[in-house]
Design a binder for this molecule. Structure first.
Ligand code: NAD
Length: 429
């Protein structure tokens, strides 16, 4: 399988210098000249933009942004921009993607289009009157909000499509009614849009029903719009069965499921951050979905059969390629361009794929060499910095820490500090 992108050789990308990497991205038209200059200059300098985004701005918290390579999703090559502080995530993603490119495939799909807005009536006074009204008038309400609040979404093929309701027994003799407003937000994540739709409905609903509406807000548990990624890969039986066992562990034990899902989010969150998406919303949605059967479980599932390992990720992944800061932050705009995603669905499919690939990489490491070997080797650089080594001292300290890790299979900051002291003492002698 080729290691070129748009005709440019990308083999050994991780060994290149910072400037060489930027040049490769520019040559392959993965970034524009403007992006190139922006990255070269170190990104955002003035706090002007930050002051527009949030309140009481005092600067930027700068996370590194890197690119995962080797991804072939739905037969299309991708560079994946990832903003993240944790060592080894990008290396593991690229390495696992390369393995899949050589021996398997990644395919994705999105099921459903609607997000959910909630309107709460905390204590319903006359349930029968309310439900009769909703039944009789829901078409009228849908037309009203589509005309008054989200006419542009309707022009784009989206907008409000349905209104449903749930009755919740409060346990104190009263009943709560939760009205669900279903809306296709097209390429927006849609939180602000659906919140405004729900708020708009408040007055007519209150006036016509005589009920008191207590609050309106979207739900982040969007089980009506699910993104799926699937990996199929040829593996030997021993590895296939080991990964299947690891999957069963996460499916059946919530303690393991939490860590499994964190590993999946290692692939997803950095893309959310790089593209200016609301990663808290995505996290909340995924964790809530992971509990949908009453017990927290894994959002991925791996099975081995006849030489093929198949993994599936399925969860809500509600993102936008417009709205929020996605088109306002230059890094977010660049990241979206780099992935050549045309729609919010495309972005959610890429993120799901990277999450699943990240999961496979972790499960392979955990069931074979263990987590320490790959992760701690890459973490050594952080330990040298944590120990206070200078640029000149880092290479020697790194070598010593690697040798120690190879022999002892463990390494901590105390080891790094001790070894640095030894280096300094021996250099004074
Ligand atoms: P938004 O308010 O920026 O609205 C999106 C805008 O994009 C709309 O004006 C729409 O008309 C326009 N648009 C242009 N092209 C479009 C296209 N092709 N498809 C759809 N819309 C198009 O953003 P939003 O998506 O409504 O809300 C996202 C923001 O809401 C995020 O910043 C998020 O952090 C925040 N938020 C989240 C929550 C939550 O998740 N619980 C709650 C409140 C707010």
């Amino acid at each position: 399988m080729s290691e070129t992108f748009n005709g440019i050789e990308f083999k050994g990308f991780s060994k290149l210098s910072f400037m060489q990497r930027l040049n490769k991205l520019l040559e392959s038209e993965s970034i524009t000249q403007e992006d190139y200059e922006f990255l070269k200059s170190g990104g955002l300098k003035s706090v002007q933009l930050g002051e527009k985004f949030i309140e009481n701005t005092i600067g930027y918290f700068q996370l590194p942004i890197g690119v995962a390579t080797q991804f072939c999703i739905d037969d299309k090559e991708f560079f994946i921009p990832m903003a993240v502080e944790e060592t080894s995530i990008i290396a593991a993603a690229s390495k696992t993607a390369k393995w899949i490119k050589e021996s398997g495939s990644i395919t994705t799909e999105v099921f459903g289009t609607e997000i959910i807005g909630q309107i709460q009536i905390a204590k319903v006074k006359n349930l029968e009157k309310l439900t009769t009204l909703l039944q009789a008038r829901k078409k009228e309400y849908i037309q009203l909000v589509n005309k008054e609040v989200v006419p542009n979404l309707v022009l784009r093929g989206g907008g409000v499509s349905d209104i449903t309701w749930r009755v919740i027994d409060r346990g104190d003799g009263f009943q709560m009614v939760v009205i669900h407003v279903m809306m296709n937000p097209c390429d927006a994540m849609g939180a602000n849009l659906i919140n405004q739709v729900c708020e708009y409905l408040k007055n007519p609903l209150q006036e016509q029903s005589g009920e008191m509406i207590t609050m309106c807000i979207l739900s982040n548990l969007v089980d009506t719009k699910i993104t799926q990624a699937k990996v199929q890969i040829k593996v030997d039986e021993e590895l296939g069965l080991k990964i299947q066992e690891a999957s069963l562990f996460a499916e059946l034990d919530p303690y393991r499921a939490a860590t499994n899902n964190k590993g999946v989010l290692n692939g997803i969150d950095p893309i959310m951050i790089a593209t200016g998406n609301d990663w808290r919303a995505v996290e909340a949605g995924i964790h809530a979905y992971a509990c949908r059967e009453g017990r927290y479980s894994s959002i991925t599932r791996w099975r081995y059969q006849d030489g093929t390992l198949e993994g599936v990720f399925r969860a809500p992944l509600i993102v936008g390629t417009v709205g929020g800061v996605t088109q306002l932050h230059p890094m977010a705009k660049m990241s979206l361009r780099m992935m050549r995603v045309q729609s919010a669905s495309d972005l959610s499919r890429v993120a799901a794929a990277v999450g699943l690939v990240q999961n496979l990489g972790a499960l392979k490491a955990l069931t074979t060499v263990g987590i320490i070997e790959g992760h701690m080797k890459l973490h050594i650089k952080n330990l040298t910095l944590g120990a206070g080594a200078t640029e000149a001292e880092i290479p020697l300290l790194e070598t010593k820490l690697e040798q120690f890790l190879n022999v002892k299979k463990r390494i901590t900051l105390s080891h790094a500090i001790e070894m640095l002291q030894e280096i300094r003492t021996s250099q004074r002698m």
